[in-house]
Design a protein around this ligand. Structure first.
Ligand SMILES: NC(=O)c1ccc[n+]([C@@H]2O[C@H](COP(=O)([O-])OP(=O)(O)OC[C@H]3O[C@@H](n4cnc5c(N)ncnc54)[C@H](OP(=O)(O)O)[C@@H]3O)[C@@H](O)[C@H]2O)c1
Length: 278
């Protein structure tokens, strides 16, 4: 397949006020895409728009909450009004909680799925009719490496990422040959506000199963952004930004008992470390 020239193709990005969404908005604008950016913090979006415009790009801020279908419809409408069409959407807004299932309330579960899962569906459903009319488009879903395994204390989060991944996969087969692509992005531990939000939402000082702040299995938001733009240029079903993590998770899927054993060992080690520091 020839590389797609992204210049002039508009994209709408949710969760653009920080981390992966922010970096992807900048990377898309540098590739020549007009960018509509959304999140709840309007001040951050306005700063982002100013940065992109100063560098010669085109951008518009559309503050909103992805859990509200009407906000996602507005994002798509404003993208089309400002730039003439919506070529791509990046369903990226999301957050995690880290708690054992029996300590997670119904409300916490529902809230997480409203943002991570329904937020993605709300965006994709708002944009898809326009892509079908145009006979071209690209839906990008910011899933996660953990979409492939149920992670202890992150059952809700990893399930929400699996739901995104399954929808992305089913839709790319449903839409095959239509000119519309659907891709799952599977970041590994990424430097962003994700960990701080997770800790405050979970009432934690330190994450039990979280990522380290640096090392082999940590990447920058810019690395995810570059991989996402590469996928827009040359569409692929799944984007993995770390080969070792991809192999590790593939092994975990192929041999569940091995994955369970390793996860249990890791959980025990963390519990021992936690009790020795009390
Ligand atoms: N960081 C990681 O280690 C990692 C790994 C794998 C996958 N991911 C995924 O990557 C995506 C981006 O995360 P990140 O790492 O960039 O974290 P982040 O820096 O915390 O960014 C999360 C973004 O989502 C937005 N958001 C959250 N709830 C929202 C809502 N209800 N409506 C609209 N926007 C909302 C936040 O903006 P406002 O608060 O301004 O609304 C923010 O812009 C998430 O889907 C996450 O699950 C992250």
């Amino acid at each position: 397949m020839p590389r797609i020239d992204l210049r002039g193709l508009p994209i709408a990005i949710t969760g653009a006020s920080s981390g992966i969404g922010y970096a992807t908005a900048i990377a898309c604008a540098r590739a020549g895409m007009p960018v509509a950016v959304s999140a709840r913090r309007a001040d951050r979006l306005n700063e982002l728009v100013a940065t992109i415009t100063r560098d010669g790009g085109r951008a518009v801020a559309v503050p909103g909450d992805v859990a509200k279908p009407e906000d996602c419809r507005k994002l798509v409408d404003v993208t089309r009004e400002a730039f003439g069409s919506v070529y791509a959407v990046f369903a990226n807004a999301g957050y995690g909680i880290e708690k054992p299932v029996h300590e997670t309330s119904d409300q916490e579960l529902r809230d997480l799925f409203e943002t991570n899962f329904w937020g993605s569906i709300n965006l994709v459903r708002a944009a898809l009719p326009h892509m079908i009319d145009a006979k071209r488009g690209h839906m990008l879903w910011c899933s996660s490496c953990v979409s492939k395994l149920g992670i202890p204390r992150m059952a809700a989060y990893s399930s929400s990422k699996a739901m995104q991944d399954h929808f992305a996969r089913a839709m790319r087969v449903e839409l095959a040959g239509s000119g519309i692509y659907s891709s799952s992005i599977h970041p590994i531990g990424t430097i962003s506000e994700f960990s701080d939000t997770l800790k405050s939402r979970s009432g934690l000082k330190k994450r039990a199963f979280g990522r380290p702040d640096k090392g082999l299995f940590v990447q920058t938001s810019e690395q995810v952004a570059d991989a996402t733009v590469a996928c827009l240029r040359k569409p692929r079903g799944e984007v993995w930004t770390s080969l070792p993590m991809h192999m590790l998770f593939a092994l975990g899927v192929a041999i569940p008992s091995l994955a369970d054993y390793l996860l249990m060992r890791r959980a025990r080690k963390r519990d021992q470390q936690a009790s020795s520091t009390i």
